[in-house]
Design a binder for this molecule. Structure first.
Ligand code: UD1
Ligand code: UDP
Length: 366
């Protein structure tokens, strides 16, 4: 049964960093369609601010322009988190939403969760239940806090449900909705398949390695030099395409690359998906890229010690390499699985399930 529409409800969506836009865009679209009379207010914290890290996603994903721009920019963890808190608090006090939705595990997520919790505003955490069990990663702390304070935990996968149950979080707050990052990919598939970015770069589909690296453990310290040496070595086997995250670009500090390593600025979402779908292999430390490659059935090699997405490893599409740059020698252009893997609730309809859960919640709480 469709719940009674909470006509005057107000929902605030908080986004700030590149993966946030991808996860939230399908949710905003589904809730605007489900609750057309409700107020849908988008807050962009400005954690990411370059056009290639922010505007291009809003445009390509067809998200409405943000209603509030906090402009917090870069800084230490405490500075960035504090700035979001200071600037978001008066907005939430003024808007008094019925629900605040926060996605993922970035500093903006942590800050928004804390502000909403202190104002006693109901919160939904999108992508709830992920755990790497590695608290040296800032994201692990952010997601634990967001889950702890959320009234609605919009869980990402079966293993997320298990993690939350193990932590004793009441089942009544938890709803398995699935992965809205996959919804975004599914919604864009016709558009990105027609782009043929690889061909326009003179690359053979299946014949190159796509690379993304931005984790502090890898790029902020001495490992990055060895990583670049290994990428040059890898490029003797196959061309390497590396759209460089701004954190990594700063650390590369103009270092020249040899071999067939193509360094690019961060590229648009559709362009990235086009290159990802046609890659022979992907080397990454990104969370979202581990998921997208699993959905697409593209072999992925993850240069990290842990993953909060072990389902991608169990499927066989994702190989954990650890943090040692020498492990890049294990990257090879593997044969793809004949069929795309199947993961529960990663089906392009997660945002519809989010809309069901949220509409139900608002109908009984407004
Ligand atoms: C953040 C998230 C990380 C996520 C990643 C997605 C936290 C703690 N980290 O990491 O979980 O995987 O986003 O990409 O929230 N910079 C720019 N332009 C920008 C944004 C950043 O030049 O538009 C540079 C600045 O030098 C900045 C650095 O990148 O200091 C890092 O940015 P920051 O948002 O602090 O962390 P990310 O590494 O992007
Ligand atoms: N992405 C992109 N352009 C790039 C690199 C990544 O559009 O140059 C997309 C990618 O398709 C995925 C998201 O950005 O949807 C992942 O973001 P990121 O790796 O920055 O964050 P994480 O998922 O690790 O938190």
């Amino acid at each position: 049964m469709t719940p009674a529409e909470p006509a005057k409800a107000k929902i605030v969506y908080v986004v700030g960093a590149r993966p946030n836009f991808v996860k939230m865009a399908p949710v905003v679209a589904a809730l605007r369609a489900r609750l057309p009379e409700a107020a849908h207010v988008i807050v962009h914290t400005g954690q990411h601010y370059d056009k290639a890290m922010s505007d291009v996603f809003v445009d390509q994903l067809g998200m409405p322009q943000p209603d509030h721009l906090l402009g917090v920019g870069s800084g230490t963890h405490a500075q960035q988190t504090a700035r979001v808190m200071e600037r978001l608090e008066p907005i939430l006090e003024e808007e008094r939403p019925d629900l605040v939705i926060v996605p993922g595990d970035v500093n903006s997520t942590l800050a928004a969760s804390l502000v909403a919790a202190k104002l006693r505003l109901p919160t939904a955490h999108l992508e709830a239940g992920l755990r790497s069990f590695d608290r040296s990663m800032p994201e692990e702390i952010n997601r634990i806090v967001a889950d702890e304070f959320a009234d609605l935990l919009l869980a990402h996968s079966d293993e997320a449900l298990e993690n939350l149950a193990r932590e004793g979080i009441e089942a009544s707050r938890v709803h398995l909705v699935g992965n809205t990052m996959i919804d975004a990919l599914v919604a864009c598939e016709t558009r990105f398949r027609s782009l043929d970015v690889a061909a326009s770069m003179g690359l053979e589909p299946g014949g190159y390695v796509l690379v993304t690296l931005h984790r502090p453990a890898l790029v902020d310290g001495p490992l990055l030099g060895s990583v670049m040496d290994e990428l040059e070595r890898l490029s003797e086997t196959a061309p390497v395409v590396f759209p460089v995250h701004p954190r990594t670009r700063v650390r590369l500090d103009g270092r020249a690359t040899g071999g067939r390593v193509i360094l690019l600025d961060p590229i648009g979402y559709l362009e990235f998906l086009s290159l990802e779908a046609d890659a022979g292999a992907v080397l990454t430390d990104s969370g979202g890229v581990q998921e997208e490659t699993s959905y697409l059935g593209v072999p992925c090699f993850t240069l990290r010690d842990s993953t909060e997405r072990p389902v991608t490893v169990r499927l066989g599409t994702n190989t954990m390499l650890g943090l040692d740059p020498a492990a890049i020698r294990h990257v090879s252009l593997l044969r793809r699985p004949a069929e795309r893997p199947h993961i529960t609730a990663w089906d392009g309809r997660a945002a519809e399930r989010v809309a069901d859960v949220v509409a139900d919640y608002l109908a009984s709480h407004t």
